[in-house]
Design a protein around this ligand. Structure first.
Ligand code: HDE
Length: 714
């Protein structure tokens, strides 16, 4: 219904997109054929012996059509099954040759094509987008030296330290095996059983309970490489590095009640948001950030940089912004691109190398291995979306689904039949593994430097603003409260939470029917290391940029008799600042303003919902406001926007909707003259008041107004 700014598909902007062109099927103006190219003029009736007779085996068109349909499904990803992807490009600001020889990081004139896939982790392919979960943020850089995959998440740490525990962890968080319940939710016994027995999960569990686990949009999410990697320069000198993605729109989240409602109202909320932003030309942008650490500092900060349950506070090592990622093209086909893309942590280019992080080491195997089942054999790198733009020449051969046709008789190395080709690359350009000295006995043991499981969980909590802390505790109360077995709830409180923060443990204990612990008992899981910082302000969403309303969605709620001139003015101001205003009316038929002009609504009270918008605006107009008050779903717009702490603009008579919505006792008293905006609620005495739109825009930019939040129960 909404008119998109760019009706046509964005033109292919990158080399990768051009390379996909021979594989695209453009059917405009073409007739129907079989897979063999045989023209077909009838596809609604199978071939029968007589009009009422049996279908004939020789109907090759029917057989092919049915066979193809029967085999359309492939296994979904074992984790990160639900996702959405986009094409784009990356460009470095200035050469990083001091640290790396990777061309895409040293040549500022190079636009490296990328494909990015965002995902949730636990849910199946058809699960909802706004569940409480970690989000995947995987980027494939098609560089001139081969593919580099940065397979990250929107949280900087992970649940476990050693990859051998990954199957255990994933089994515990996925639906339980006996009844396949619950879908896409961590609020169940087996996950919390695992957490209560494995203290190394503590830090990541705090992130999972935080607002980061319910992002507003993929476009408003940070990304992290999680592990410490290495950059290696042309002289072979290595520097430890942590990768970050910083969204230019800031990092923003939803509230839990809203996220749960969106799961029902629009399970595709994040996928749709990404798709529409790109179609509209509002290309998502993220800056690549690097924390660069000298090799010798690997243990300097009171924890081990090889331990993926730890983050390196930005206050200790600042994040340098070195380049920008822009997503500017939606895929043509979800399956061929987003579903078939295969990321692999082991895909690195010369100038980037691994470390001995035992979580990373396991990933080097798993990502290659999993594609064999998922994509049906070893030739998945030849699928168009996975194929590098760099030339590929080797002696790999055969296997299911082979696409390439090698023309040489020599399928081995060394050879003379093929003139020695493909010959070995010059070592200066080739990938050379860093010659790290490794000396040790074979041993199944964890390093003592990985022992502290709680300090950074505490650091994270202490770094959050008061509202974020309150949300986190409420999330714990919800999740642990859903655990059926009391002994698990007790262990979560007494083995985990009490070691993070006594107050959290006591509050959660009370909420989940467990005796509140009295004092912090140092657990045998490990002593707390002294933190190098007491708090890291960079971890709080309070400190994210809040200076723009670009791409924010605002619902303007109207009925016949609304203040038309005012709506036009507010719309102009907000749209001028890059926001999107959708008019929501009783039906899709035109609504008439008090001035007699007609406006066609984009959505209705039924097809839209407050939870799908960033802010709600109700223009004045006695008749319109009176009509809105009679419709409960319309009143819900105001009530929900209020309780979800969103910006709310109510002009003239519309201010009284707060009474109807039953939230006026929580709001500040209405203005007695002019216009007033407090706690994100902008009200005016009359319609058409000067400054109304700007105050509203400022309130939207602030994202949420937590002062309105109901205080936690005493
Ligand atoms: Fe993954 N992970 N993972 N993971 N992961 C997969 O690979 C795995 C981990 C991440 O959009 C799988 O192709 C192991 C950390 C993303 O296609 C699988 C371990 C981080 C995606 C796999 C981890 C991630 C995956 C499933 C512990 C953040 C989606 C399908 C050793 C840094 C990529 C697939 C996409 C997907 C294994 C831990 C991120 C099974 C063994 C840590 C974003 O191979």
């Amino acid at each position: 219904m909404r008119l998109r700014k760019t009706a046509a598909k964005n033109p292919p902007t990158s080399l990768k997109s051009e390379s996909l062109e021979p594989h695209r099927m453009h059917s405009e103006g073409q007739f129907l054929t079989t897979d063999q190219g045989i023209p077909i003029s009838e596809t609604d009736n199978s071939l029968k012996a007589g009009v009422r007779g049996p279908t004939l085996l020789e109907d090759f068109h029917f057989r092919e059509k049915m066979m193809r349909f029967d085999h359309e499904r492939i296994p979904e990803r074992v984790v990160h099954a639900r996702g959405a992807g986009a094409h784009g490009y990356f460009q470095v600001y200035k050469s990083l040759e001091k640290y790396t020889q990777a061309r895409f990081l040293t040549d500022p004139s190079l636009r490296t094509p990328v494909f990015v896939r965002f995902s949730t982790v636990g849910g199946s392919r058809g699960s909802a987008d706004t569940v409480r979960d970690v989000r995947g943020f995987a980027t494939k850089f098609y560089t001139p030296e081969g593919n580099f995959d940065l397979v990250g998440n929107n949280m900087p740490v992970f649940f476990i330290q050693d990859g051998i525990k990954f199957p255990d962890f994933v089994h515990s968080v996925k639906p339980e095996p006996h009844n396949e319940i619950p879908q896409a939710s961590s609020a169940h016994d087996s996950l919390w059983d695992f957490v209560s027995l494995v203290p190394e999960t503590s830090h990541m569990v705090m992130w999972l309970m935080s607002d980061r686990a319910i992002p507003r949009s993929f476009r408003m999410m940070e990304g992290f490489g999680v592990h410490t990697f290495r950059l290696v320069n042309a002289e072979g000198k290595a520097t430890l590095v942590k990768f970050h993605w910083k969204p230019l729109l800031g990092t923003h989240s939803m509230v839990w009640d809203e996220a749960q409602k969106v799961s029902g109202k629009d399970p595709d909320f994040h996928r749709r948001d990404l798709w529409e932003a790109i179609e509209d030309g509002d290309f998502p942008e993220y800056e690549l950030g690097l924390q660069l650490i000298p090799e010798e500092d690997v243990l300097k900060y009171g924890f081990d940089l090889l331990d993926a349950t730890k983050l390196l506070p930005e206050e200790l090592v600042p994040v340098q912004r070195v380049g920008k990622l822009t997503l500017d093209r939606n895929p043509d086909n979800f399956f061929a691109e987003t579903e078939q893309v295969a990321f692999c942590v082991a895909n690195v280019v010369p100038g980037i190398d691994f470390t001995n992080d035992p979580l990373m080491q396991a990933r080097l195997f798993s990502y290659l291995d999993t594609q064999l089942t998922r994509l049906g054999g070893p030739n998945f790198a030849e699928l168009p979306i996975n194929k590098p733009v760099a030339p590929v020449h080797n002696h790999q051969q055969d296997g299911f689904g082979r696409q390439t046709i090698p023309t040489s008789r020599a399928n081995y190395h060394p050879n003379s039949l093929g003139g020695g080709c493909p010959f070995l690359a010059n070592p200066k350009q080739a990938f050379t593994h860093l010659q790290e000295r490794v000396d040790g006995r074979k041993i199944r043991q964890r390093s003592g430097s990985f022992n502290d499981h709680f300090s950074q969980a505490t650091l994270f909590y202490k770094s959050l603003s008061k509202p974020e802390q309150q949300h986190l505790v409420a999330a714990l109360e919800f999740e642990v409260g859903k655990v059926e077995r009391k002994e698990i709830r007790e262990r979560v409180v007494n083995q985990i939470l009490v070691n993070i923060d006594l107050d959290i443990a006591q509050r959660v204990a009370r909420a989940v029917g467990v005796a509140p612990p009295k004092a912090v008992k140092p657990s045998k899981a490990g002593k707390k290391a002294k933190n190098a910082v007491e708090a890291s302000p960079a971890l709080s969403l309070e400190n994210t940029p809040k200076d723009s309303i670009k791409t924010r969605k605002i619902a303007a709620l109207v009925a016949d008799g609304f203040a038309g001139k005012e709506l036009a003015h507010v719309r102009k101001t907000l749209e001028g600042l890059g926001a999107m205003v959708e008019v929501v009316g009783p039906t899709l038929s035109p609504v008439t303003s008090m001035e007699g002009e007609q406006v066609v609504p984009h959505k209705t009270y039924l097809t839209a919902s407050s939870v799908l918008y960033d802010a709600v605006y109700v223009p004045g107009g006695e008749k319109s406001v009176a009509a809105l008050k009679r419709v409960p779903v319309a009143v819900d717009f105001v009530r929900e926007a209020f309780v979800h702490c969103k910006a709310l603009a109510l002009s003239g008579e519309a201010g009284t909707l707060l009474d109807t919505a039953g939230v006026s006792q929580l709001a500040l008293p209405p203005p007695t003259k002019g216009v007033e905006g407090a706690q994100g609620v902008v009200r005016s005495v009359k319609t058409e008041t000067k400054g109304f739109s700007q105050l509203f825009a400022d309130a939207i930019a602030a994202h949420r107004h937590w002062a309105r939040e109901a205080p936690p129960p005493a």
